[in-house]
Ligand binder design. Structure first.
Ligand SMILES: [Zn+2]
Ligand SMILES: [Zn+2]
Length: 306
């Protein structure tokens, strides 16, 4: 029975072009909204918060990564009309890997919504090591938790509960709005680095996480609606010192490489994310991609909504 129900949903939801929703629908018409909460890198660019993306379905937010500034960016997105990103609703977090630029917002994600009366536990899904990181953060703030829950401040104890799920690959989460699949990506010497595929009733969204070129991204997308992929400028890279070139080529993906990946992955929309540019303008970075890729591509900025 369950299989039949799921198959029916599949047929109703993905009617066109091998599963791709034509990208004429605006976010307002779509059940699913994708909000870039932060498109930055470890560089402390004041215009770019740390990496974080929200997939919002039926006003329920699913946040991927929590770079610095994540909660305030969620509040800004709510102000822009994404009602699902009200801070107290932040209760599902998916972590691609444990690099600091993707996780220094974790205390913010745990505690700010709790203080603002989140009335449900926070569920965190991430690679091995996320439990230890979370435990350390909770220990570090033990004094604060105690004062807020046992002092005079009105508080909701359930909002301070954190459930951590260390995940592998395959389907790692499912509810009435989304099915989330994790897949492994290559990210230099990281043992565990993940990308995520979100299947919602009306769209398929793939987030690469940080990675050097990975076949798994192509397989996970395979004609998806939106592919959010990290990138660095090929021209900027050529000006980097050799030791940094060695690092970037092992840990990240150049614009030239991404063009090749996108041509095989065939997303309805490619969103450039976590951009490392080294002096190259957004237009130049887009041009680097367009030299080898004919599909639709945009340069992601904080608070862009698709
Ligand atoms: Zn990163
Ligand atoms: Zn990384």
């Amino acid at each position: 029975m369950r299989k039949i129900a799921m198959l029916t949903l599949f047929l109703i939801s993905w009617p066109v072009d091998g599963g791709r929703i034509q990208y004429s629908s605006t976010p307002a018409q779509s059940k699913t909204q994708v909000a870039l909460l932060g498109t930055g890198t470890p560089n402390a660019d004041p215009d770019r918060s740390g990496p974080a993306v929200a997939v919002v379905v039926n006003d329920t937010p699913y946040v991927i990564d929590c770079g610095p500034g994540v909660v305030r960016r969620a509040a800004a997105a709510e102000r822009k009309g994404v009602n699902g990103l009200a801070v107290a609703k932040l209760r599902r977090l998916f972590i691609t890997h444990l690099h600091s630029d993707h996780t220094v917002g974790l205390p913010d994600f745990i505690f700010t919504p709790a203080v603002l009366e989140r009335d449900a536990p926070l569920e965190i899904y991430g690679p091995p090591g996320i439990k230890e990181m979370t435990d350390h953060i909770l220990k570090a703030y033990a004094e604060d938790i105690n004062i807020r829950l046992r002092g005079l401040e009105p508080s909701k104890p359930r909002g301070y509960v954190v459930n951590v799920h260390e995940i592998k690959t395959g389907v790692i989460y499912r509810d009435e709005n989304v099915t989330v699949k994790a897949f492994p990506v290559k990210h230099g010497s990281w043992k565990h680095a993940l990308g995520f595929r979100f299947e919602t009733p009306d769209r398929v969204i793939v987030i690469s996480g940080d990675c050097s070129p990975s076949e798994s991204v192509i397989e996970a997308c395979n004609g998806c609606d939106v592919l959010i992929h990290e990138v660095y400028s090929t021209a900027g890279f050529a000006r980097r010192p050799p030791e940094w070139r060695r690092y970037h080529s092992n840990f990240h993906t150049s614009s030239k490489e991404l063009a090749g990946i996108a041509a095989k992955a065939r997303p309805g929309l490619l969103v450039l994310y976590h951009q490392l540019q080294w002096g190259v303008t957004p237009e130049q970075l887009l041009d680097e991609i367009k030299q080898d890729y004919q599909g639709r591509v945009v340069y992601g900025n904080d608070l862009d909504i698709y």
